[in-house]
Design a protein around this ligand. Structure first.
Ligand code: HPA
Length: 281
């Protein structure tokens, strides 16, 4: 692993900087959206609609994404998107990041007052009938990685039944018109390699519907802070071994790019119906 500077995990300085910008703009954020691999179009459209972009590099201690397809920008939405913060890009476990670094942006959102988190990813479809371009709303998850925050912290454990908001899933289905929207279980694998066909068969046996390499750390960190979470997998490929197509990051990014405008329209409809509410629990 490459040499790293000592990790900075405290979000205070970042929260002060972004908080000042929000105050100048007169914005109180209620919803954040983490845009996964190749799904950055929503961020670009938010900028076209008058949103203000801040490079992660300019935010104190903010972890920098190194993977292609992850721009590394925070966008403060304006107009119809006022109150929405877009995180264009994330850092992954397979880049060598700790739990604290993977959840930095989510913890920052919590300190800024965000109450709803839409966390998206590109994923391989396992369940037959899931096609590239479909969306799966996450209703449960599975991972072998120890990526939850220590349960002893604050004496609280994560209530799994509350993690993936049924209300937001219902809302996500209600606004779908052209997009095929499923609900299912997401498995987070460590990466960076895609799964072997044998691993995919194992996941299928475990009733996993889609597989990826992210999302669970952010969702857990958000839920334990009382943030309502909608997990969204954009199916970019059929999982390894389930089709003759070779699987690589370029193909995943290409598929994500080809569906991102439809995905973004759907996402903006979801955002229109997510109203700022008080903390939901
Ligand atoms: N596996 C893991 N992560 C992914 C995949 C996949 O098939 N597609 C997009 N991200």
């Amino acid at each position: 692993m490459q040499h790293r500077e000592p990790e900075q995990t405290d979000v205070k300085a970042a929260a002060e900087m972004i908080g000042d910008k929000l105050a100048i703009l007169g914005v109180s954020p209620h919803t954040a959206v983490i845009l996964g691999s190749g799904l950055g179009a929503a961020g670009r459209m938010a900028i076209e609609q008058g949103g203000v972009a801040i490079d992660y590099a300019d935010i104190p201690n903010m972890p920098q994404p190194a993977v292609a397809g992850h721009a590394g920008r925070l966008i403060i939405g304006a107009g119809d998107l006022a109150g929405v913060l877009f995180l264009q890009g994330r850092v992954h476990y397979y880049e060598g990041h700790s739990l604290e670094r993977m959840t930095f942006a989510t913890r920052l959102m919590s300190v800024l007052g965000v109450r709803h988190l839409i966390v998206s990813n590109a994923a391989g479809g396992i369940t037959s009938g899931y096609k590239p371009g479909d969306v799966m709303l996450i209703s449960g998850h599975w991972t072998l990685l120890s990526i939850q925050e220590p349960s002893a912290q604050n004496g609280r454990t994560l209530p799994p039944s509350k993690l993936w908001s049924p209300r937001l899933r219902q809302l996500g289905r209600a606004v779908a018109t052209t997009l095929s929207v499923h609900e299912g279980t997401y498995a987070m694998m460590s990466g960076p390699n895609y799964e072997t066909p044998a691993e995919v068969l194992m996941l299928r046996t475990f009733h996993v519907d889609a597989v990826g390499m992210s999302t669970v750390p952010e969702a857990c960190a958000a839920a334990r802070r009382g943030i309502e979470v909608l997990g969204v997998s954009c199916i970019t490929n059929v999982a390894s071994g389930l089709s003759d197509q070779p699987l690589d990051h370029a193909e995943v990014s290409e598929t994500a790019a080809s569906v991102e405008s439809e995905f973004t329209s759907w996402l903006f409809e979801v955002l229109k119906s997510v109203q700022p509410t008080s903390r939901y629990r």
